[in-house]
Design a protein. Structure first.
Ligand code: GLY
Ligand code: MN
Ligand code: MN
Length: 431
């Protein structure tokens, strides 16, 4: 494992220019209220390049003239008392030995040592704008580095996020293994939830059920706050109150995925609380499903991210015309964006260490072409709130279907297909 992280750092030698430095900060402990903290989660890019899971750590990579990468890490100091309260700290020695960094220091020494590491570099890459205290420190470190040698070249500052994000986009065999496990755990949880749900239960009871099913399979944390939305709540795209009762006749939209060994999964299924879709629910469901199936087919190296988007928009527009919810021609309505009243988000996003993963969607001023090793979600939806000007039978229906798709050389692999999305299969599972 140590070598996987060392290789990722080495690769940066060919991505960043010679005589440049890259500074990536790890995460800090975040308070929830008063002195109660959230569970610590390392910054994803820091984790990607280090595999080091202690807060308040910083990685500095120096890319030398021959494009070799020299790594330095600043980590929490060994401290007997703190370790009794909060657990083991590797300290600089442990960090060097167990993670293969070229050198490591206590993070208390960062203000003296970091400017020395930057001095002489032509360019410093850093992900600006994530944390204003760090942004300020960065400016101070660069000022201090410049003042060390009046005759050294000027140091430009540039954003590191895009270059590292685009490396993170292409998953290694090891990463794909972790993502498959995350996806399988989440898919199994969705199957169990379809069997478990009953009228009279609450959204939060279902939320707790998912978290339990994730944790018992090794995915202790959710990759994001689950959306557990009964009935019309599904029309609130980021509904996370999860506190209402579920009733017969309601659909339940659940957007929930676990994190496994730092990798996210992201699944949405929409299923009837009673186990049987009503006719109007089924009619809308079939449109979303067709849009999803066709968009998934478009995830291949021959297409770019916008191709799948366009396909989903057209299928949804045509479906809404067929039901009399939109009227006009497909071309005119699509060109006018009429579908946006009912399908207002994009078809998907990159998936990896973050649920909305790093990586660009454009490349050389064109939409990004799919490449083997990328993982994207495909998640079309139709949302018709009670306030919509449509026949009563459609009001309050919100449906999304979301799977996680790995791009391969031959086409793609649906990592979450274990959980059914076909309405007949869902009804059979719930019977
Ligand atoms: N769960 C967040 C999303 O689907 O984008
Ligand atoms: Mn998603
Ligand atoms: Mn989702």
């Amino acid at each position: 494992m140590k070598n996987e992280f060392i290789d990722r750092r080495k690769k940066l030698g060919s991505i960043f220019p010679p005589n440049s430095a890259v500074v990536i900060s790890g995460a800090s402990i975040q308070l929830r209220n008063a002195d109660s903290s959230h569970a610590f989660r390392q910054d994803s890019s820091f984790w990607y390049l280090t595999g080091f899971n202690e807060p308040e750590s910083t990685l500095v990579l120096y890319i030398n003239e021959s494009q070799e990468v020299q790594s330095t890490v600043f980590v929490p100091k060994k401290d007997k008392v703190k370790e009794i309260w909060d657990g083991y700290r590797a300290g600089p020695e442990g960090a060097e030995k167990d993670h293969g960094f070229d050198q490591a220091f206590n993070n208390t020494e960062i203000n003296e040592i970091l400017p020395e590491l930057l001095s002489g570099s032509h360019k410093v890459f850093y992900p600006f704008g994530k944390n204003s205290a760090l942004d300020n420190s960065m400016v101070e470190w660069i000022k201090a580095a410049k003042s060390k040698d009046r005759h050294s070249p000027a140091i430009d500052i540039a954003d590191a996020a895009s270059k590292i994000g685009n490396q993170r986009l292409l998953k290694s065999a090891y990463e794909i293994e972790q993502m498959k496990k995350a996806c399988q755990i989440s898919a199994e949880a969705h199957v169990e939830a379809m069997r478990f749900v009953k009228s009279g239960m609450t959204e939060q009871e279902m939320e707790a059920f998912y978290l339990y099913e994730f944790a018992k399979r090794g995915g202790r944390f959710s990759a994001y706050t689950p959306i557990v939305a009964g009935g019309e709540n599904a029309c609130i795209l980021h509904y996370v109150e999860n506190c209402k009762q579920l009733n017969d006749g309601d659909l339940l939209l659940v957007d929930a995925g676990c994190e496994y060994n730092f990798y996210a999964s992201d699944i949405t299924r929409t299923f009837p609380v009673s186990g049987k879709f009503t006719k109007p629910q089924l009619a809308i469901y079939e449109i979303v499903l067709e849009a999803q199936v066709k968009a998934i087919e478009a995830v291949s190296v021959n297409n770019n991210v916008m191709d799948a988007q366009g396909i989903s928009e057209k299928v949804i527009t045509q479906g809404l015309i067929d039901l009399g919810i939109l009227s006009g021609s497909l071309e005119d309505l699509h060109a006018a964006g009429a579908f946006k009243d009912f399908y207002m988000h994009k078809i998907g996003h990159w998936l990896g260490l973050d649920v909305h993963d790093a990586g660009d969607y454009m490349e050389n001023n064109e939409f990004m072409q799919f490449k083997p090793g990328m993982v994207t979600t495909v998640e079309p939806g139709i949302y018709i709130p009670a306030s919509a000007k449509v026949e009563d039978q459609w009001k309050g229906i919100g449906i999304r279907i979301e799977d996680d798709i790995l791009v391969t050389a031959e086409g793609n692999e649906n990592l979450t297909e274990f959980v059914p999305s076909d309405p007949r299969e869902i009804e059979a599972l719930m019977a």
